[in-house]
Design a protein around this ligand. Sequence first.
Ligand SMILES: Nc1ncnc2c1ncn2[C@@H]1O[C@H](COP(=O)(O)OP(=O)(O)O)[C@@H](O)[C@H]1O
Ligand SMILES: [Mg+2]
Length: 263
Amino acid sequence: MGNKIEINGISKIFRKNGKEITAMQETYLSIEEGRFVSIIGPSGCGKSTLFNIIAGLVPPSTGTVLAGGANIIGKTGHVGYMLQKDMLLPWRTILDNIILGMEIRGVPRKQAVDRALPLMEKYGLKGFDKHYPAELSGGMKQRAALLRTLLYDRDIILLDEPFGALDAQTRITMQNWLLQIWGDFGKTVLFVTHDIDEAIYLSDDIYVFTARPGRIKTKVSVNMERPRKQEDMTSEAFTGLKHRLMELLSEERQTAQAEEMIS
Ligand SMILES: Nc1ncnc2c1ncn2[C@@H]1O[C@H](COP(=O)(O)OP(=O)(O)O)[C@@H](O)[C@H]1O
Ligand SMILES: [Mg+2]
């Protein structure tokens, strides 16, 4: 399976208590292998809905999603997906949480453990294999959840505001950690965030979505060299992009607020 992803005319209308809510207008989006792509947009514009559709958890009203050329609509198991809430199982140790994806895929336990332990060591979870999620810091839990997503071994991974609940310092550590992992594993990453700095720092391309019903408003490419460093955030290129994105987003937030007032 290749890891190019094509979203062809995906839209979504939810029906609730006899009312129709258009969560997403027809959206077209094509992401080349190995890219890091972020989606930003006002709350409620359909970002999580799009991810749920790509992951096969929610059927779209129209359109197809192709992963490596195959339609994956309504099919789970083709992408790795990590939600904002870390979703570690509290009754499983960190190791058993990390190997869950492999377990689901039928990898024998010993083989899964042999694969997971060196990665835990390399990525800052050494010695925590027998701990339970409640014993770990927020950043460590997110690391464990991300390792589990990676070890599910799909070429495409979806990360929905994975660092949203972390404090600023931990968040920066996690961003660098994610870039290292992305470099090591070479996955195609689709990333939702509402943090503009984070989107610029991590991404090759950023899609700005409109207020609900969401559609792509603009694509902004981040032509900054990698590896990126924290200091890059003060560069002219970075701040220029930041101002542009802030303007685009604030237009959409205003639309969203205006609509809330009249509905
Ligand atoms: N299962 C559902 N039933 C009805 N409406 C939903 C459902 N899931 C999401 N929505 C609505 O669709 C819109 C988009 O939601 P969501 O994709 O979660 O937005 P975002 O992740 O961009 O904040 C929101 O108005 C939300 O209330
Ligand atoms: Mg969301």
